[in-house]
Write a protein that binds this ligand. Structure first.
Ligand code: TYD
Length: 140
């Protein structure tokens, strides 16, 4: 966990099939789009204005975070440097590697935060205390 930094994360362009008047479609496929296979999908919605989600790190989980509707900002923190990404397009996803503290805020009205994750839910994978997170980043 110690080694990952905010620079290991990036926005992936998923592209979109937008060729006709029936609307648009974006696709994520295991083995093609991501450096992990998707084992779990969840989505966060109806977040009241001013609320914040996240506020934790993962020991080994990889995630792709997509604003499938509306917008929000994701701030990543490796204990040293913070980077904030505004997600506001359904054809872009933020790849988040393990070992980073994340907060998600500034949800627009109607925003839907879709998360594709590399593992099934495991509370033991979470680090929910910021000081413990920083300590783990420094001391392993
Ligand atoms: P959490 O990951 O802390 O939410 P967020 O990062 O969006 O603020 O999860 C909130 C609650 O939902 C927590 O009690 C655990 C539960 N949960 C599951 O049971 N399964 C899941 O796949 C996820 C993501 C959360």
């Amino acid at each position: 966990m110690k080694a990952s930094t905010v620079y290991d994360c990036s926005v992936i362009e998923l592209g979109s099939f937008a060729s006709d008047r029936r609307g648009n479609m974006s696709v994520v496929e295991n083995g093609k789009t991501l450096p992990f296979d998707v084992k779990r999908v969840y989505y966060v919605y109806d977040v009241p204005g001013g609320e914040e989600r996240g506020g934790h790190a993962h020991r080994s989980l990889y995630q792709l975070i997509i604003a499938v509707s509306g917008s929000f900002s994701v701030t990543l923190d490796d204990g040293h440097i913070k980077r904030t990404f505004l997600l506001n397009r359904p054809y872009r996803g933020l790849l988040v590697v393990p070992g980073l503290w994340r907060t998600i805020e500034d949800f627009s009205s109607g925003a839907v935060c879709l998360v594709l994750a590399s593992s099934e839910y495991d509370e033991d994978d979470y680090i929910r205390d910021y000081d413990s997170f920083v300590n783990l980043k420094i001391n392993g």
